[in-house]
Design a protein. Structure first.
Length: 335
């Protein structure tokens, strides 16, 4: 090997070796311990949110403890697993709601993109009904966690979180669900509600769960309300990516080809971004109390001692679109 080749090889090895450590330095702290709760299917911003989450995991900023479905539809867990597998993490625990009631919903697009992904990406998948009970997954992971260490990010219905709060002592913990959450959860980041008042899909589709979960939740909650992600359009650049066989590109291509030609709202991505990286510098926050009413609508009362926080605008929507879409376009490290 001549000197030039040796130097080149050394530089390449060092570049590879330092890639993650530099990004770890960027993170400055231990990775966020995250459980994601998603309804992926009725909307596809969850696809962008999961891509963003895996991008931040590849730069050591988040450790994904579980990816759970809040939706009974049989293809929700398969789509979650396709995205986890695509990004090199096929073994992330999954789970699904097992309680009565709740929501069973899939895409209303003409092209059923969840079916398309399941047919195209022949990864081994677990259908939603066969997945473990999400409450059991929560209780096991929380019981094993350090106190106040777990961030939960919900970007779907609040079904599992309601069931978790109502759960009782079991083989994993002698604590009730509410006590377990109070002890182990750092905070909840929720794409839920509309502020200062209104009615938002993730809450009203399972209003009784939404009412119980939010009103009874024993830690701080950061809400990314409907009004935050609604003006942040993303996906057009994902469609134009020069990559083959990306489930992220496929989902956005199929959906944006039908409507949302200028990009899809980024409700769910904003919640995951804040759950992992914090609200600064992307947003400001306002402190107070969100109350969910029985019809799934919500109110907001600003106060200095409330345990809730709502995101408020700081950056302009165009800048946030670029930041979020950059993460959504992330490619798996080992592809
Ligand atoms: Ca969602």
């Amino acid at each position: 090997m001549n000197n030039f080749k040796f130097i080149l090889l050394t530089v390449c090895l060092l570049a590879g070796f330092t890639a993650c450590t530099n990004q770890e330095k960027e993170a400055k702290t231990t990775p966020v311990q995250l459980i994601l709760d998603t309804d992926i299917g009725p909307d596809f911003d969850d696809v962008g949110a999961m891509a963003l989450m895996h991008a931040l995991a590849d730069s050591c900023q988040v450790e994904i403890l579980a990816t759970l479905s809040s939706n009974h539809h049989e293809l929700v867990v398969p789509v979650i697993q396709i995205l986890n597998s695509y990004f090199g993490r096929p073994d992330i625990p999954v789970g699904a709601p097992k309680s009565e009631g709740g929501v069973t919903l899939t895409s209303d697009h003409q092209v059923k993109w969840p079916e398309f992904l399941v047919q195209k990406y022949q990864y081994p998948v677990t259908y939603t009904n066969d997945a473990p009970d999400a409450v059991e997954v929560y209780r096991k992971l929380l019981s094993e966690a350090e106190d106040k260490s777990v961030t939960i990010c919900t970007i779907g219905f609040l079904t599992n979180l309601c069931d978790l709060l109502k759960s009782e002592a079991d083989e994993y913990s002698s604590l009730s669900g509410k006590e377990l959450v109070r002890k182990k959860v750092k905070h909840l980041v929720a794409m839920a509600g509309r502020f200062p008042a209104g009615r938002e899909y993730n809450v009203y589709k399972d209003a009784s769960s939404g009412e119980f979960a939010i009103n009874e939740w024993p830690t701080e909650i950061i809400f990314s309300g409907w009004e935050i992600g609604n003006k942040i359009l993303t996906g057009k650049q994902c469609v134009e990516m020069v990559v083959k066989d990306s489930p992220v590109k496929d989902a956005y291509s199929l959906c944006l080809n039908e409507r949302d030609f200028e990009g899809r709202m980024s409700w769910d991505q904003t919640a995951v971004l804040v759950a992992v990286k914090g609200y600064k510098p992307y947003f400001n926050i306002e402190q107070g109390t969100c109350t969910i009413l029985s019809d799934g609508s919500n109110t907001w009362k600003s106060s200095e001692n409330g345990s809730h926080f709502i995101l408020k605008d700081n950056m302009n929507a165009e800048t946030l679109s670029k930041i979020i879409e950059h993460y959504m376009m992330h490619q798996p490290l080992n592809k």
